[in-house]
Design a binder for this molecule. Sequence first.
Ligand SMILES: [Zn+2]
Length: 498
Amino acid sequence: MATSLESYFYLSSSNHANNESGPIVLPRETEVAEKQDKSLLRVASALAFICVRDQKEVYAVAIRFSGQSSVIFLAENYGVPRETEIFLETVVSELGQLARSQPSREEPPNLRDTVQASDETPIGTLILKHTFPKFFSSLTKRDSTWDARVASIRVYLAERSRDLKLFQIILQQIGVIYRSASLLQSRSNDALQMNRRLTALYGDLSTLETFIRRSNERDELARLLAEIDRTSRGLPAEPDSIIEDDLDLDLTENNTLKDGFSMTRFIFRIIAVNIHIRRLLRLAVSPTYKSFFDNYPIIKYCPPVERSAVVDPSSLLKTMNAHEGVVTKYELPETITGPLHAELSIFSTLLQESFSGESPYPAIGVSKLSCVGCYAIIAKAFPQVIKEHEGQMGSMNPFIIQGTHGKMYWPWVAPDLSFATHFLPFDLDLSMRIAADQYLREALAQYIDSRCLSDSSIGSGTSDRLEGVGDFAETAMQLAEIRDREISEELAQLDGMI
Ligand SMILES: [Zn+2]
């Protein structure tokens, strides 16, 4: 092959390219085939999501669930920190205890409301505590642009008292969460007090999550927020088709200055931790996954992998005349070094396990949507190679993954699959590179600069609607008022102490 796969990603690096149009964005793809079991992917994705403590971290998780043994594989781009290992072991052990102490519950709709608040809080606060640094950083950028945006939405809704009221209640909830989180962020040596604040914040998040996703007003709210998002982007208030259920959020897109800011995404980013906690709790008592957690899962950690590759973007560009305008300046070929992305570490490890006769891990969950490179390898090249070499790869099946946000990230390096030569009659590493190259080439040829990007894996599934939660708006307002008073009192006490 003339150029390496890595060269594609070098194209997108602003450090290396005179690329004024920003990173290259290929089409977003998040289709998971209907026939595949998404709940396995959900367990893996939720576990990956709750591990993220720092916004820069990316976790990938694969789980195996066969008879009496449960295994969890965890990887992070730069290696899993020890504190995260301890955290995940604690969470998994807590979920196991929940699975053992609760009778198995039927699948939805009954399952939806069967996890009691008392089951939820300890594990919820445990997870919220671990993820708090990332959570808090997603809240803090409420600047003058945010204020201006809120003001313009109020003007837009001025004549519609019901909608304006609903919007005000959402703002009120966000305000409570913001104050509650700020209180938690302020230092305290009193562990008991910190725990109380954490529990309170978890309650505040639950209130917003219930209002947005599970109350009787949820459809009204979804329509209202979608309309606000469309009009703020200059689109007509009424969509051509019915509301997209694609309530995705971008964990990195928290700057309200950014064009295309979505109120819906902003809210879902805030309640994302809550959504994942609920999913895990429900799965831990579900008839299908109860025994996964009950089995005392073994947790394995993939060590970080660093790889080097020769990149030659100039030669690559010469073969793609149509896109010379996209990126303009490149130097001579050079050798680059980068970390293997977490999902590729897992992918490579799982292939080795599979060749050694271990039973398969069907899904790879990632704490956000994958980049184009990882998606090209796992979701495009691998299934194609399996098809091309039918009968030569045993019972190997493609992995289920959530999808790609379409961005090309730098640094990116391809996995080394040369170990497969011991097991296969063909060169897997080469076949994978050829297949991935073909996909990337075609995708780049259709390069589009999409404005609606998302890195997250939340929300593309159906929402967990709770039957029987009535109108919630009034309750939400009352709760917000109570919480506002509590927080103010606590702040006053803090002032008194200083
Ligand atoms: Zn990647």
